[in-house]
Design a binder for this molecule. Sequence first.
Ligand SMILES: CC(C)(COP(=O)(O)OP(=O)(O)OC[C@H]1O[C@@H](n2cnc3c(N)ncnc32)[C@H](O)[C@@H]1OP(=O)(O)O)[C@@H](O)C(=O)NCCC(=O)NCCS
Length: 360
Amino acid sequence: MILNLATHRASSSCVLDGASPGSAGLSIRLMDTRDALSVTRLFRKVYGFTYPIRYMYDPVRLSGMIAAGRIRSAVTVTGEERVVGHCALVDRRDGLAAIGMALVDPEYRHSEYNTRMVVLLANEACRGTFSGICSAVMTAQVYAQRAGRHVGFRRVALVVGRISAGRTYDGVSRGRRISVAYGYLRLEDHDEASIYPPRHHREFIEAILRNAGVKRRLSDPRAGASCPHDGDWSAIHVKATPGDDRATIEVHRYCTDTFTRVRRIMRALLARNVEQVVLLLPLSQALTAVATGEFERRGFFFAGVLPRCGIGDALVLQYLNGVSIDYDDILVASEDLAEIKAYVRQHDPGVNSEKHCRRS
Ligand SMILES: CC(C)(COP(=O)(O)OP(=O)(O)OC[C@H]1O[C@@H](n2cnc3c(N)ncnc32)[C@H](O)[C@@H]1OP(=O)(O)O)[C@@H](O)C(=O)NCCC(=O)NCCS
């Protein structure tokens, strides 16, 4: 059976171990507004100016966000209060917290500082009213995945080529786009609503949700009502991230114009040389079960599931614009991600057309 893993560690109990104190005079604590300048310097040191979240370079904006509670960060600091590690928890305002923006100064790596910051923030999230925590980690190395595993994150999606080839790590660019693994840590999710997965992905979606401890009733599309819209227009939001040459299209509500509008949006994005697009479809709406196949015929392919993201539980599809993926570059630290990677690869039309070319 797919993704038949041991019972997940995430539970409504919020006791997470592993937050031992730092060594060598370093300590781990929640970030203060006074740390903002030092944090921005660390981002510059590790990423140059290639990190797409721009407030990480702006100490005034960053300290304002910390003061307003819009992000909560953990930092690793030296005895002189220099920040050598950072990780953030962001309230996404949809019942989820997002953990990310993790980095450690190269001189202080491999001493579990990142793991301890993740543990500290997961404990912070447990004190809130979040139903879960989501994460997105790059897959060019396995360290961030391993830190997530410590607190019980389960992998739910793999978006290939999500990070621009221009992003540098410690001054070095990988020269090709990097894939991102999405994780989910269930905290207090008592929703057992119906979802409508497309029949041809149903078994795999069910396995991902079971592995992540997310309970849903999987319904047959035919049992669902017809197009659940309350207006003449689809509700579709687009978010472009020019720094990474990527975009996300969120379908909040279907209508008869959905395919036409997504086609127009795609045309505009591709004209701007966007290389990677994620399409989020609402699993709570019966039309997702039938619309998925239509999007797949137009070049989108399966990436996974994001529980409780901005549009509710979302089916994640992805599209690559002239980018080919070397799946051997995608490093995995867990069995669940290995299975998702194999499934995504199997559905990537780029891989399949390469195979076809090689055969003919
Ligand atoms: C990713 C990063 C934050 C990790 O920081 P870190 O403090 O060195 O990580 P940790 O020491 O907590 O290590 C986490 C896990 O990786 C393992 N690990 C660390 N270095 C390793 C190495 N050289 N070889 C094998 N495993 C290693 C640790 O053993 C630990 O695994 P475990 O939990 O199974 O024991 C750091 O490498 C970094 O800043 N990289 C550049 C920016 C980046 O890639 N950020 C992540 C974006 S998603």
